[in-house]
Design a protein around this ligand. Structure first.
Ligand code: FAD
Length: 468
């Protein structure tokens, strides 16, 4: 069969990994086609992930800040929430970005083909449009960026609209009176933050023994304390065993030491992780190996088992984060264009945009302990930060983890407002092989929260160090 479209580079999936790869490939002179099943570019991140969630979290932060203002003599009263307008705001934010991407694709002469792609041979992909039209694209090289989707626990009645995944929750159909969030990870807690601020009574159940498994326990505590104060019920070591749709709500039963009684919820958000889309691409026809779980194994240049086909983003493994996907997208395109490069980044920061935010990068204290690494920890409590006191948010702290022998910074964690912005300095320090003294010697502007990073480099075990 004759191909409908021929190209040098085919990118499958237009999320942050895919659009970055396509744009970079085009900038490097490769004739590029971008295949995406949805009309709107941007993937999960722009359409139903990072961006809409942060727009709603901004609204939640305003509600909370307005309530807090009464502590310093400014009363805004009870917020009147017009859900339609909030939804429109969120959609406007998303639309601005996705339209921007469409413009950037056009500018670079990247041909966008809308439809679902499956491989038919080592250099052909068939794209099925919503109208039934089938387009055969022949490529010389390919970058697969098909991303991931929410895991749907089978015990939930998914045909009932009151049972939601994160995409449904971001639609903001209503503010339920009683919301159950299953999964106390980043996505579950961000959505819990939004719905609680909008007025829902929120219960969170988490299977592990702490919220946000992966982050150090001490970083999570200020968030757990605040959630408790705000009336969010958190049940750790708790497993949902059954959920049934009833007329008056979703009836949920649990197992575990601190499990709540069986309860009825107006809505349930299931946020227990994401699964890669690798199993749906007929990748074997292109010679691309896919694991049982749907991940596509790649080497340090993002090459799959087929040397002319690359894979990036959520599809290739943890952490499933947009900034990892974009970094990999750029790398894959550059390698495909002939540049001699490989993955050299040492660390990938993680951020939960909860209130307070939690951010960490590199080796955590837990990990250091588990691996038997000899580390020092510098910790600065925000209760001693003028800026944190001024904004009434002293619950945070900043810590640096460094190698005891070389003094090199190998990790860091921050909890507090804007922690996500602040962690970038620690990531840079690790990438540059900084010693902790380098951070201490850097003059940080006063009075800022960023000073806490400088101070953490000077305070070890509660005393000012003479390390340098
Ligand atoms: P995706 O964004 O998943 O894009 C894959 C694209 O491929 C999709 O558009 C899909 O439609 C398309 N596709 C798949 N299969 C086919 C096919 N066969 N044919 C055609 N098209 C196909 N990460 C952060 O870093 N920061 C955050 O704040 C953050 N917040 C999040 C909040 C939520 C609620 C969620 C769900 C995720 C969040 N993430 C966040 C994770 C982030 O969205 C992902 O890591 C990121 O989108 C991965 O990018 P990707 O390019 O690998 O894949």
């Amino acid at each position: 069969r004759k191909a409908d479209i021929e190209c040098r580079m085919l990118v499958l999936g237009a999320g942050p990994g895919g659009y970055t790869a396509a744009f970079r490939a085009a900038d490097l002179g490769l004739d590029t086609v971008l295949v995406e099943r949805y009309d709107s570019l941007g993937g999960v991140c722009l359409n139903v992930g990072c961006i809409p969630s942060k727009a709603l979290l901004h609204a939640a932060a305003v509600v909370d800040e307005a309530a807090h203002a009464s502590d310093y003599g400014i009363d805004f009263g009870k917020p009147k929430i017009t859900l339609d307008k909030l939804r429109t705001y969120k959609e406007k934010v998303v639309g601005q970005l996705t339209k921007g991407l469409a413009g950037m694709a056009k500018q670079r002469k990247v041909r966008v083909v809308v439809g679902t792609g499956t491989f038919v041979s080592v250099n052909e992909l068939e794209v099925a449009g919503a109208d039934g039209k089938r387009t055969l694209v022949r490529f010389e090289q390919c970058i697969i960026a098909a991303g991931s989707q929410a895991v749907k626990l089978p015990m939930f009645p998914w045909d009932d609209p009151r049972v939601m995944d994160s995409t449904d929750a971001l639609e903001l159909a209503e503010v339920p009176k009683k919301l159950l969030v299953v999964g106390g990870g980043i996505i579950g807690l961000e959505m819990a933050t939004v719905y609680r601020a909008l007025g829902s009574q929120v219960t969170v159940v988490e299977f592990m023994d702490q919220l946000m498994p992966g982050a150090d326990k001490d970083l999570v505590k200020p968030l757990a304390d605040r959630l408790k104060k705000q009336g969010v019920a958190v049940h750790l070591k708790t497993k949902v065993v059954d959920a049934k749709a009833q007329k008056t709500g979703i009836a949920v039963t649990y197992e575990g030491d601190s499990a709540p009684e069986a309860t009825l919820f107006d809505r349930v958000l299931v946020a227990v992780g994401r699964a890669p889309n690798g199993g749906k691409l007929d990748a074997a026809k292109a010679g691309v190996e896919v694991t049982d779980r749907g991940f596509v194994p790649v080497d340090r240049q993002m090459r799959t088992t087929a040397p002319h086909i690359f894979a990036i983003g959520d599809l290739v493994g943890q952490p499933m984060l947009a900034h990892k996907a974009t970094h990999e997208g750029k790398l894959a395109a550059e390698v495909a264009a002939g540049e001699k490069k490989e993955w050299v980044a040492r660390v990938i920061p993680s951020v939960a945009y909860t209130d307070p935010e939690i951010a960490w990068v590199g080796v955590t204290e837990n990990e250091a302990r588990e691996k038997g690494l000899k580390v020092g920890v510098g910790k600065f409590p925000w209760a001693a930060s003028g800026r944190a006191i001024g904004i009434g948010r002293t619950e945070g702290f900043t810590k640096l983890v460094f190698d005891e022998a070389t003094h090199r910074v190998i990790g860091g964690g921050i909890v507090g407002v804007h922690a996500g912005d602040l962690i970038a300095e620690v990531a840079l320090a690790i990438e540059m092989g900084c010693e902790v003294a380098d951070i201490g010697h850097t003059i940080h502007p006063h009075p800022t929260l960023s000073e806490s990073v400088g101070m953490a480099a000077e305070v070890f075990d509660g005393t000012i160090t003479d390390l340098y």
